[in-house]
Ligand binder design. Structure first.
Ligand code: SAH
Length: 277
């Protein structure tokens, strides 16, 4: 693997907070009363040696001191909606989405709805986040390698990605949101998340090749820089305007000889724009 490049904004490594290791069995115990048998069976048979890290930070929102039950209900719903990848379900169950939205919206954080994050941008619905990360990870049994996210926004998806990929490089073009994401992510102490302010349409060549590229903003077409920076065998998931003139999820897999492209369901993402603002 190439040495890790240096980044303009690297979050400090874990330390100070008491990070606890959560056995996936424990997660299942929490989920079972709501899930019933079987729905989340994937979580009971994780990959060998798999564990999940959660930070023991008290929740300061109106959700009270423990939001894990409401998150567990969201995970059950995601599974019922068809999300199967145990890594994705586990990550969605761990990341405290309410910490990424305004306090007044915290009560809606675990509903399947997109929410405003400022500067005219939105955080995607949990279902869309889970679906896209599942598509990104398709066919990968363990952790993904380096992932590039275009559109950091409030940092929520970057936090989810940090649990399913070895390194997450996330780029945002709006300074205000880049700063907000840095602030939001700080208490989580995720040393594998690297935030950059820049034009994501150019990708981030220093970190290439990527094991996955995921965009949270939709363009007229997939920028060639992303295709170039994708590793052979890796996938790119991006909302893109298709031949019908509507935005849909597009999945592109790089092969040794070219690219396989799949157009999936219709989606509504904020526009991919060039330059920094
Ligand atoms: N993943 C984010 C969703 C943010 S919405 C989250 O979890 O909150 C999409 C984001 O893409 C917006 O913040 C928007 O400013 C950003 N964006 C749009 N075009 C971009 C570009 N060329 N480079 C980087 N970010 C871009």
């Amino acid at each position: 693997m190439k040495p890790r490049p240096s980044f303009p904004a690297k979050l400090p490594p874990a330390g100070g907070r008491s990070a606890v290791t959560l056995n996936p069995q424990t997660v299942q115990v929490n989920l079972r009363p709501i899930a019933g048998q079987g729905v989340l069976r994937g979580l009971s048979s994780p990959a060998p040696g798999r564990s999940a890290h959660v930070t023991a930070v008290p929740v300061s929102s109106g959700l009270g001191l423990d939001s894990s039950a409401v998150r567990a209900r969201m995970v059950v719903k995601l599974a019922e909606q068809g999300v199967q990848d145990p890594w994705v379900l586990q990550a969605m169950g761990q990341v405290e989405r309410h910490r990424f939205v305004e306090t007044a919206l915290a009560g809606q954080a675990y509903e399947d709805t997109s929410l405003p994050i400022g500067l005219g941008q939105t955080i995607s619905k949990p279902n869309v986040v889970a679906r896209m990360i599942e598509l990104l990870r398709q066919g990968v049994p363990g952790k993904l390698g380096r992932v590039l996210e275009i559109g950091t926004g409030c940092g929520y998806q970057a936090a989810v990605l940090s649990h399913v990929a070895s390194e997450v490089y996330s780029i945002e073009r709006l300074r205000g949101l880049h700063e907000k994401a840095k602030k939001n992510l700080l208490p989580f102490r995720l040393p594998n998340v690297h935030l950059m302010l820049g034009d994501g349409m150019l990708g981030f060549p220093k970190g290439a090749p990527y094991a996955g590229i995921i965009s949270a903003a939709g363009g007229e077409e997939v920028p060639t820089a992303w295709l170039e920076q994708l590793a052979v065998g890796a996938r790119l998931v991006a909302p893109t305007v298709t031949a019908s003139g509507h935005q849909a999820l597009v999945v592109i897999r790089k092969t040794a000889t070219g690219f396989d492209r799949q157009v999936l369901e219709a989606v509504h993402f904020v526009p991919l724009k060039s330059g920094i603002a």
